[in-house]
Design a protein around this ligand. Structure first.
Ligand code: PEP
Ligand code: MG
Length: 765
């Protein structure tokens, strides 16, 4: 059964057309379970329309429509539970459609097709005999319905695009479709506030080998050429990379892996079997997938551990060839304009840094969440962004008209004129609002009762620090040092690093700059220092890596200290701390670096030292930790992920990632109170600090400062200047006693709207 299931899912996933998808489902499922009928009914404003059948009258496909709640199909949808009957006709809710030729069928099983708690449709199997379907069959149908829900959503979105393309070219009246005819948006997560209206430019980014579909081809020679020219390019890339690394001083044995890649690239088994597969009618990418997966399986099953390890190299190589064939990671700069919305599975921080040089109106990503690094960067760059749109048909969207709402996470594909008009109006209001907010640039973030909350900028994900300089920030509250490490082919040396750090320290002196030590691991990897783990966010990350590699850590600490010479505005921050010993060990290394540099003749001061509270264990040891450092910085991006057990990058659980959850608020309050009791300042440097609703509660907790993306700074300042700390404190106390984030959000929305600040949390003024 597992094999059949995989085959059906694979076939469906490689098909773009909704009708074809549904036809495959009913035909294959009917055959697999030996039923007399298999049909799919899809939801349409509460009603269910028969959209595919194998066994009933096909002339009625698209015509039989069951009103909401009617018939057995309606019952299955209402109960969201499988219904298995030996004689459907005996059931009081049975509705006979004689024109469907249903009289002969008695055995009935109906399975709801659900996606994110929404019933998309019902999969039905029927038999002539008066017997229930077996448990095995019901379980198989439940499994297949669960797997197919995503494919159906994808095909629905594609149909929406196709239909609007047709209606654009053939007629001004949109063709009536039973699906999403109300122009319902796809739902994602708000990534960066703002609204974007424009045409999609799809960017192919890394695609998992397994998900490359099969595709029939017209021109075999053409496909063979595509494959060979990809091989040539990869060969060239590998050669030049290996020369460069040797020139950079990497030992020959470390570069030897590239020779192994080159050998594999020339191996007749790889080339011949792929070409054979192309000749039998599959496109180059599909043929390559089959060959590479076959090799991976072969090597993965070998006894010899060395050979078993080579399975990974084969996968990497396959991925390189595929990326080359698809032009992956190339940014089509000539296609980008102010009316462009970039659409992709995911994009890297480096690609986004390239995008920064152009002017685009928005970004929409299939993966990620509010606190993914790409969303953080988009906020810093002020680009409206929607992330985590799990049903996004990335490549099919290329060229489509889109409206992306970065406040609510909604994405409208081929929107109606009314939607475009409404959002255009909101954009005008936003522009007015931004102008009003920008007037606050030179003013301090002071509450109406005179409390000043310094606002600092988070930076470091891109090389350029200019935006932070003009943001009105009173310093840098978090400089993520990973970027200079990520864009190189090896660890940057002391001199290289200190040059970069000096630039930031100098740009802001005498205002404070917090440099965070290297925080790799989790979702930030270095190509030259791969960390392979089953649970990277719970693994070797941040301080755990640097303490294990004092040689790397010492270079960085020395570089930071050297950079601060005669400036004295350096603060050093340690990430991913979970125990007191880690802090002690890190401070000991910093002190050693400091002493070394003094004896070498540098004029430096011992910087202030801080710890990030990102791991819940620290919340419960906060007083002890606070007694050995100079300041605390709460990294809410990770703290929420670890408190709520929600991967911050996983779109499927993004709804559970809630900064306003009472547990999160109570934890932050404990950290603030504990730090104050120990007599040291505490700041929030996670993205929560840039959310006006959350920042209002942080103000109420007597936070000492906030540090956030430059794009969010003016908005938070506007909020702070409209409230007194006393008001914020009362709201915070009410919120801490509430049941969940939903009611807390309602409370804060009302407050912000009441002060005329609604434009900070939704589209429009
Ligand atoms: C955090 O975790 O809140 C934080 C600021 O660090 P990063 O987003 O870089 O993990
Ligand atoms: Mg973090």
């Amino acid at each position: 059964m597992l094999h059949t299931l995989r085959r059906i899912v694979q076939e469906v996933n490689s098909t773009r057309d909704l009708n074809r998808v549904l036809a495959i489902i009913v035909q294959r499922v009917k055959a697999a379970i030996n039923a007399d009928v298999c049909s799919v009914y899809l939801a349409d404003e509460g009603a269910f329309t028969l959209l595919a059948t194998d066994g009933l009258n096909v002339d009625l496909v698209g015509k039989v429509r069951l009103p909401p709640g009617s018939g057995l199909v309606g019952l299955v949808a209402q109960r969201t539970d499988p219904l298995n009957l030996d004689d459907a006709q005996e059931h009081p809710r049975f509705q006979l459609f004689t024109t469907l030729n249903e009289e002969r069928f008695h055995g009935f099983v109906g399975i709801p097709i659900t996606h994110h708690r929404e019933v998309l449709g019902v999969l039905v199997a029927q038999s002539e005999s008066r017997v229930r379907f077996s448990h095995d069959i019901v379980n198989f149908l439940v499994t297949i319905a669960a797997q197919l829900a995503g494919s159906i959503i994808n095909a629905q979105a594609t149909r929406q695009i196709d239909e609007s393309e047709k209606s654009e070219t053939k007629s001004t009246i949109p063709k009536k479709s039973p699906i999403r005819q109300d122009n319902r948006p796809l739902l994602g997560q708000p990534g960066s506030p703002g609204i974007a209206i424009g045409r999609a430019v799809s960017i192919a980014t890394s695609i998992i080998l397994e998900s490359i579909p099969d595709r029939p081809i017209d021109d075999i020679d053409d496909e063979i050429n595509v494959f060979h020219s990809a091989l040539d390019s990869v060969r060239k890339d590998i050669k030049s990379l290996s020369y460069q690394l040797l020139a950079d001083g990497l030992p020959t044995e470390d570069v030897a892996v590239f020779d192994a890649y080159l050998l594999m690239l020339d191996s007749s088994t790889l080339i011949d079997s792929t070409v054979e597969r192309i000749k039998s009618g599959n496109w180059a990418a599909g043929a390559l997938r089959e060959t590479i997966l076959e090799h991976i399986k072969l090597f993965g099953e070998m006894e010899n551990p060395y050979l078993r390890e080579r399975a990974k190299d084969i996968r990497d190589l396959g991925q390189c060839i595929f990326n080359q064939m698809q032009g992956i990671n190339d940014l089509p700069l000539d296609k980008l304009s102010e009316k462009t919305i970039i659409v992709a599975e995911d994009i890297s921080a480096t690609l986004l840094a390239d995008i920064e040089k152009t002017h685009i109106s928005g970004i929409v990503l299939k993966r990620g969440s509010r606190t993914s690094h790409v969303a953080i960067l988009a906020r810093a760059m002020g680009i409206p962004t929607v992330v985590g749109v799990s049903e996004l048909p990335v490549m099919q969207l290329d060229g489509s008209q889109l409206v992306a709402d970065g406040y609510s996470g909604k994405l409208y594909i081929s929107p109606t004129e009314t939607i475009v008009k409404e959002y255009s109006r909101l954009i005008c209001q936003e522009d007015e609002l931004s102008e009003e907010i920008s007037e606050l640039n030179g003013l301090p973030a002071t509450t109406t009762d005179g409390v000043n909350i310094p606002l600092y900028a988070n930076t470091g994900l891109v090389a350029d620090i200019t935006p932070s300089k003009h943001s009105g920030a009173e310093g840098i509250g978090l400089y993520r040092t990973e970027y200079p490490f990520m864009i190189r082919q090896r660890f940057p040396g002391e001199e290289e690093q200190s040059k970069i750090y000096r630039e930031v320290l100098q740009a802001f002196a005498p205002r404070p700059v917090v440099l965070r030590t290297l925080d790799i691991g989790g979702d930030k990897s270095l190509s030259y220092f791969p960390i392979e783990e089953d649970n990277p966010f719970l693994g070797w990350r941040g301080i755990r890596v640097t303490l294990d590699h004092p040689e790397i850590f010492m270079i960085q600490l020395r570089a930071m200290l050297i950079a601060s010479e005669d400036l004295d505005n350096l603060n050093v921050l340690f990430p991913m701390i979970s125990t007191i010993t880690e802090v002690e060990d890190a401070i000991a290394l910093l002190e050693r670096a400091y002493r070394e540099l003094l004896t070498e003749g540098y004029h430096i001061q011992m910087p202030k030292v801080g710890v990030m509270v990102e791991v819940p264990s620290l919340v419960f040891q906060i007083k002890r930790i606070a007694s050995i450092v100079d300041f605390i910085s709460i990294g809410t991006n990770d703290l929420i992920q670890y408190l709520m057990a929600v991967d911050r990058n996983n779109a499927s659980v993004a709804e559970l990632y809630e900064s306003l959850h009472p547990a999160v608020l109570n934890a932050i309050k404990m950290v603030v109170d504990g730090s104050h009791e120990a007599g040291i300042p505490v700041s929030v440097c996670g993205e929560m600090a840039g959310d006006p609703m959350a920042a209002l509660l942080l103000l109420g907790m007597s936070i000492d400062s906030l540090s956030t993306s430059v794009g969010s700074l003016p908005r938070v300042k506007w909020m702070i200047r409209k409230f007194s700390q006393q008001e914020a404190k009362e709201l915070m106390e009410q919120a801490l006693a509430m049941k969940d984030a939903y009611v807390i959000k309602q409370l804060l929305t009302k407050e912000l709207e009441g002060k005329g600040l609604g434009g900070l949390i939704r589209a429009g003024r």
